[in-house]
Design a protein around this ligand. Structure first.
Ligand code: FES
Length: 154
């Protein structure tokens, strides 16, 4: 089975097809940016972007992927040694604390900002927090997440 992972065709052997995308990313491809948190689609630590949508990779069965499915992980954000603007904003605002949830937070922000209409609709602080609400952070970095996203929208 094939799909597109960070812009390149990825092959997954049949013995991995019954596993979650999160497991395959981490254990087969060795991309450990997406984290296992709850495993039941609640925390958002495993968020990657699938066909443009922020997606909980723990809830995607690898067998659901097709040769045209585009999966973007945090490892695919950096291009030619240049960080993605969301990553730059995260650094500028020193967002992470323990860091465990931050890959998922960043991927959700990337998907939000790539959707112009959705980004326009989230220009207020409350709307940004609401749009990022599905990603939990036990350290409580929400204020810095909001500030970083707001910088990118303005
Ligand atoms: Fe996937 Fe928590 S590990 S949502």
């Amino acid at each position: 089975m094939q799909y597109v992972l960070n812009g390149a065709i990825a092959d997954v052997p049949s013995e991995w097809h019954d596993e979650s995308l999160l497991f395959v990313l981490r254990e087969y491809h060795g991309l450990v940016g997406a984290k296992f948190g709850c495993g039941v689609g609640i925390c958002g630590a495993c968020t990657v972007i699938v066909d443009g949508m922020a997606t909980r990779s723990c809830q995607v069965q690898t067998a659901e992927l097709t040769p045209t499915t585009q999966v973007l992980t945090i490892e695919g954000l950096e291009v030619n040694g240049k960080l993605h603007p969301v990553q730059e904003a995260w650094l500028a605002h020193a967002v992470p604390q323990c860091g465990y949830c931050q890959s998922g937070q960043i991927m959700s922000a990337v998907a939000l900002l790539a959707d112009g209409d959705r980004a326009d609709a989230t220009a207020s602080s409350d709307a940004i927090l609401s749009a990022m609400n599905d990603n939990l952070c036990r350290c409580g970095t929400y204020q810095r997440i909001r500030d970083a996203v707001r910088d990118l929208i303005e």
